[in-house]
Design a protein around this ligand. Sequence first.
Ligand code: A2P
Length: 287
Amino acid sequence: MKHFTDCYTLNNGVRIPCMGFGTYNAENTDNAAIVRTAIEAGYRYFDTASLYHTEEVLGQAIKDSGIPREEFFIVSKLWIDEMGYENAKEAYEKSLRRLQMDYLDLYLIHWPRKNEDDPTWKQLDIETWKALEELYEEGKVRGIGLSNFLPHHIENILSNCRVTPVVDQLEIHPGYSQETAVNYCRAHGIQPQAWSPIGRKALLTHPFIKGLAEKYQVSPAQICLRYIVQKEIIPLPKSSSMERMKQNQEIFDFEITQEDMYMLDTMPPTAWLGEHPDFNIPKKSSK
Ligand code: A2P
């Protein structure tokens, strides 16, 4: 990859940019202004979800930009209160309405289980995935995938369903490399993606990351993003400023050595945000 708009080819032939822009809703933030600025900065791949409450502003900003819909790559997700066969189909239509679009590039199941104790999660995942398979086979969405699914969750889908997910979106950054899940995805043709690739702000002041930033004459955020891109994972950084949005795109003219990559892979656990698909499920609502 030589530029943030260069693409990978997913397992169903769809081309996906090697970097996206995350629209997770920070409280008290002007999301509309952020999305407008990100479009101006050149981002065309936007990641949203019903949970984030940013679908409306994203759809409106795209419409207002005057740039044709086909030039964008738009991904949304259904939240745990939208799981199940009928619910998933309804959730997709609602997302389309909020985005003012007639198709999405990808639609993902946001989280593999509703709560820590639910013994029925496998069946619920299968039913939800079957609804997504139908949306895909009817041509309503260009690809279907997963988010926060670990190997045991993915295995349930692969063993019981027809369509292989195209992506799996995981928290990945230096200090939280999720090698087991990433390797499992690769072995099954699923493209891994990284949410919070900068570890929110916690990694920016870490002495090892700061040292590498000095060594490569870049910023700590650029080290984090270059690490992800060099592992052929798709990062979905967020930022509220044009300057940092642009800085985050400028990570294709330097290369981290293999030795430093190994150190970034194996540095002590840092900046994990505290959510876990099985043990610590966020208690939030899409409504
Ligand atoms: P800001 O909006 O002030 O740019 P992540 O994507 O890992 O969740 O991290 C998002 C956070 O990282 C945001 O709070 C954002 O703050 C900050 N951030 C994004 N890009 C940069 C950058 N290049 N330098 C410093 N901070 C950044």
